[in-house]
Structure formats: C-alpha cells, structure tokens
Design a protein around this ligand. Structure first.
Ligand SMILES: [Zn+2]
Ligand SMILES: [Zn+2]
Length: 81
C-alpha cells in the first residue's frame, strides 16, 4: 500500500503551522508592555521618575498604573547570550 508523500508533507506542514500559531498566541498573551512614560524615559536613557513606576520596576514589573503590563524586560541577561 503506497502512501501519498505529498499528502503527508501537507499534513506535517499544517501541524507545524498550527503549532507555531499557538506558540505565537501564547507569546502575545505573555508579552509584557512597558508603560508609555517609562518607554519615553528609556528612549532618553533615563529611568522613569514616577514613584509608581519605580516601585513596579523594583518588583520586576511594568507599571500597571501607567498602562504597563507584565514582567519588566531584563535586558542585561539577554545581552549576555
Ligand atoms: Zn513610568
Ligand atoms: Zn507608573
């Protein structure tokens, strides 16, 4: 019994695409968002001066009061890789 190779290739490609789509969506949900004021400060190589942002940054989070969300990026760790 011969199996259609192109059909198998198509099925594998479909599964991979679905897997990647799921991974992409999961990433989107987990994506951290830096508050606007902190993004502006970072562009000027400064730390945001807002008390709420400083407190959030100390906890390793983005300031939710200012529109941020999730964990703050750890850029130093990425640079080492
Ligand atoms: Zn801020
Ligand atoms: Zn803030």
């Amino acid at each position: 019994m011969k199996i259609n190779k192109s059909l198998i290739a198509f099925l594998v490609a479909s599964l991979l695409t679905v897997g990647l789509a799921f991974a992409g969506e999961a990433k989107k949900d987990d994506a951290a968002k830096v508050a606007g004021c902190c993004t502006k400060a970072a562009k000027e190589s400064k730390a945001c001066g807002h008390e709420c942002c400083v407190a959030a940054a100390k906890a390793g989070n983005n300031c939710e009061k200012c529109g941020g969300h999730g964990k703050a990026e750890v850029k130093k760790a990425d640079a080492k890789k």
